[in-house]
Design a binder for this molecule. Sequence first.
Ligand code: PLP
Length: 445
Amino acid sequence: MTVQVAQSRMTSEEIARLSKEHTFFSWSVQGAVDPIAVDHAEGVWLFTPEGNRILDFNSQLMSVNIGHGDRRVVDAIVEQANRLQFVQPAFVTEIRARLGEKLTGLLPGDLDKVFFTLGGAEAIENAIKIARQYTGRYKILARYRAYHGATMGAMTLTGDPRRWATEPGLVGVVRYPDTHRWGEPAPRPVEESLRGLEDVIMYEGPHTIAAVFLETIVGTNGILIPPDGYIQGVRELCDRHGILMVADEVMAGFGRTGRWFAIEHWNTVPDLMTMAKGLTSSYLPLGGVAMRRHIAEKFDSMMFYGGLTYSSHPISLAASLATLRVYEEDHLVERAAAMDSVMRAHHERLAAKHPSVGAYRNLGLFGILDLVRSHDPYTPMTNFNATSAEMTAVGRYLREHGVYTMVSNNSIHTNPPLCISEEDLAHGFEVIDGALSIADRAVQG
Ligand code: PLP
């Protein structure tokens, strides 16, 4: 007997009305939400119940890296669901054995053991616990222009204003300087950023610091790509003081930047690495904390105080193993690397044409355009943590022209699935081209 979940297909309007009436939305004034109803999705395209197409130019939350509707992943989910749905994490399963082996084979250096969680924030929570238990120290260093998730510990590490409502949060979290200051088009010199971190380590006392957390490339706070030498410098400072380096690759990992993991661009191995999103391409919830061999080995004789009912959930693991195979079969990591220059050419063309484009950045298919009111002095189109009439109009234009992407602060994100064709990429930028004409009208000088 099957359970009937729907009598007849609903319209977009009905779906939105009922969803708003009985379900709560993330990061929103509930009365102001205006959600898009999606019925199904294929590749880079979302389809509304009425059959309208929307180009997914942000891989949802920079997470559907392989694209939507891939049968290979769906079939693996169904197969695992038919065989075994769940055992608690003290049991082991063939899918756990196979994914553990496969994933650690892809991770850099001797990151060789993974604790599976349900998402990115839980991965961060457990990275905090592992770092504290491993070092016996309690302080955690984190940056302002960072997002690490919405659970209590991850929210405390998050530096951006989404943290404010959750404060005071976790004890022992200390900020260190960012590579990029708000309102400046380029990063600070490497030496300045590293000197800032070194000062904080000295002032706080290295013997009290368990870990330095950083997004290898800052995601939602602006696709901030660190200058060469920075990641290596953080590694060196951590080594010198016995502090663990934790790379948050929840967003930057799994091919997004043209390497399996963003940190590989700087030939560095962190002590712990957090992951989620591209790990299953969001087909099912899954996150993880990977740890280097010597860290894992300490827990061979020491209790790990941490656990989750759904750690190593078999169906999520099956989605992940199939997703990793798709990256390989379709050469998606290499594809993202090849699309690096294609995306940059689009950014350059738009910057040359539109005075409102103040800065642009991308690594692989991880990209962003920053809009400005003026180049000199460099003045972002919005204030910090704000929007403006122009950015709202840009967002509306994109939506009306069938392109979904993240428009936040003064930026337009360009993070499509890694399988995007050059034609669809060009189409997305063509629509952004139109939207920028609105922003151009606000440019002075
Ligand atoms: N870390 C980074 C860098 C993220 O971008 C995110 C989510 O956007 C998280 C952690 C939190 O992941 P989740 O939303 O799966 O809890």
